[in-house]
Write a protein that binds this ligand. Structure first.
Ligand code: BES
Ligand code: MN
Ligand code: ZN
Length: 506
């Protein structure tokens, strides 16, 4: 790591505490719980029988304020260890993989001071055994996530063992699903670590060094481009954004190659703005803007996904470009009215230096298109408009090819990283017209997420493309189901699933 002078724990800080050192939780599917667990959770629906192991009937539970709604938990008083929790799963008809993931998350959070836990799923609906193991593991690990690296006395109990018991389900099937859940949750937690890390602790240079140091461990190739190499590549957008910074930019190129003949080639491009001050178009001074340390959430999600590809046996080749720099005002910063020339030759008039994401991304998209992949997916904390339109639960999805957009939607559904498709309305393209350059980086007052997507569309050279605007979903204000307060890692699991299921569309 390079040393930023103000790192709080000089030398000892690692931006990915979730994997360095590897925190291994002993997961197992069982047919009866071990006797030494600290806490046991038992699911209870909002109707039907209450399992006898709870020791209380529905009336007693309901008097205690627990009626089995999804997300509810109740510590049931018993005379002896382990702690016993009732975990609400809601209506039986809604009992799907998402509900099981959420129930596992609610339990893991309720039992947050227990290290050895057991979860009994009394009903799994029609969710297949393997999928039960996968989503339960995900829910537990995502909910127990904490970023406590910078606290002197972290108040967290590390999870050491998780036993899963699903009534009427073959334990060996559940066992088979667990590693997939563990790996995908690990990828999401890597993305969270990166996005939660303060900007002074994770510069573009640090991110590049980190990627290089983890390459071998996760079976990926990493190539890091420094400022001089970026000048030679002609990435004028990324370099323009970087101009005001004391820190060098980095473009991190990742490559995953499967063992056998690849079943396809997917490219990914991530926004890696390590901190977005707005630049000369400075954001107002508001504590809320500490969230702009997460403006590299797209790049973080891709990197998280890459830590999962080999371990999940992805058969598609994946190439990624992470476009990393901070966006700072200074005497050398790019200015309003400046014209930048992108990698593909497009000239761009800068009308607002805070619309920097699309400038960093456009060179990555052009480079991705040059690889002639079967499809490109990009992910970026791109517009406040996406946050305004869809809030913190759903990301905006755009694209130029419905079949590929549908694959992205299917991956979003499978992972409960929800999206909503918005139209790539070409009528709005003229909002980006410039008097002196090919395009401007600022659209009009309306449809801000769409004009940003239309800008990106100019750089994909007609390759099937999907664009995820995660400005709303990058952060959670509260602990909520699988989301833990802070960076959500949104996109890491979605992109992993997309790569695993990818089929070329043309
Ligand atoms: N990084 C921001 C978008 C953002 C906003 C992410 C809120 C997460 C939460 C982006 O670079 C930005 O500043 N966008 C501007 C664009 C505008 C100037 C066209 C915005 O959305 O206001
Ligand atoms: Mn900005
Ligand atoms: Zn930004």
């Amino acid at each position: 790591m390079t040393s930023s002078a103000y790192k709080l724990i000089p030398g000892s800080f690692t931006p990915v505490p979730s994997i360095v050192p590897e925190r291994v939780v002993d997961f197992d599917a069982v047919s009866s719980f071990s006797s030494d667990l600290d806490a046991v959770g038992v699911t209870v629906g909002s109707d039907g029988d209450v399992d006898a192991s709870i020791g209380l009937g529905r009336d007693a539970l309901s008097r205690a304020g627990f009626d089995g709604k999804a997300g509810q938990t109740l510590l049931v008083p018993t005379g002896s260890a382990p702690l016993l929790y009732a975990i609400g799963t809601g209506d039986a008809s809604g009992l799907d993989a998402d509900a099981l993931r959420d129930a596992a998350a609610a339990f893991a959070r309720a039992a947050s001071s227990s290290a050895r836990v057991g979860l009994r799923l009394t009903d799994v609906g029609s969710v297949p055994a393997e999928r039960v193991g996968q989503v339960a593991a995900e829910g537990v690990l995502l909910a127990r996530y904490r970023f406590s690296e910078l606290k002197r006395e972290p108040k967290v109990t590390e999870l050491t063992a998780v036993e899963l018991l699903a009534d009427g389900v073959d334990a060996s099937g559940v066992t088979a699903g667990i590693p997939g859940g563990v790996v995908s949750a690990r990828g999401a937690n890597v993305a969270r670590d990166l996005a939660n890390t303060p900007p002074g602790h994770l510069t573009a240079t640090d991110f590049g060094d980190l990627a290089l140091s983890l390459a071998e461990r996760f079976g990926i190739e990493v190539e890091v481009f420094d400022k001089q190499q970026l000048i030679e590549l002609g990435t004028g957008g990324l370099l323009g954004v970087n101009a005001g910074s004391a820190e060098e930019p980095r473009m991190i190129k990742l490559r995953y190659t499967p063992n056998g003949e690849p079943t396809g080639h997917l490219a990914m491009v991530g926004k890696g703005i390590m901190y977005d001050s707005g630049g000369i178009s400075l954001k107002p001074s508001d504590p809320m803007h500490l969230l702009m340390k997460m403006d590299m959430g797209g790049a973080a999600a891709i990197f998280g996904a890459f830590t999962s590809l080999r371990d999940l046996g992805c058969t598609t080749s994946v190439t990624a470009f992470l476009m990393c720099t901070d966006n700072m005002p200074s005497g050398s910063a790019y200015k309003l009215g400046d014209v930048l020339t992108a990698r593909n030759g497009t000239t761009i008039e800068v009308k607002n230096t805070d619309a920097e994401g699309r400038l960093a991304m456009c060179d990555g998209l052009a480079l991705a298109a040059e690889e002639k992949p079967d499809a490109i997916v990009d992910i970026a904390t791109l517009t406040g408009a996406a946050l305004m339109a869809l809030g913190p639960i759903r990301a905006a999805l755009f694209g130029n090819d419905q079949a590929f957009v549908d694959q992205a939607t299917a991956a979003a559904t499978a992972t409960d990283e929800r999206v909503w498709q918005l139209p790539l309305e070409k009528k709005y393209r003229k909002a980006l017209d410039s008097d002196i350059a090919d395009i401007a980086n600022l659209g009009g007052p309306f449809a801000g997420a769409t004009t940003a997507a239309l800008f990106l569309n100019e750089f994909v050279d007609g390759v099937p493309w999907a664009h995820l605007d995660i400005a709303g979903t990058m952060n959670s204000e509260t602990d909520d189901s699988w989301r833990s307060k802070g960076a959500t890692g949104f996109g890491a699991r979605l992109l992993t699933d997309l790569a695993l299921g990818f089929r070329p569309v043309r």
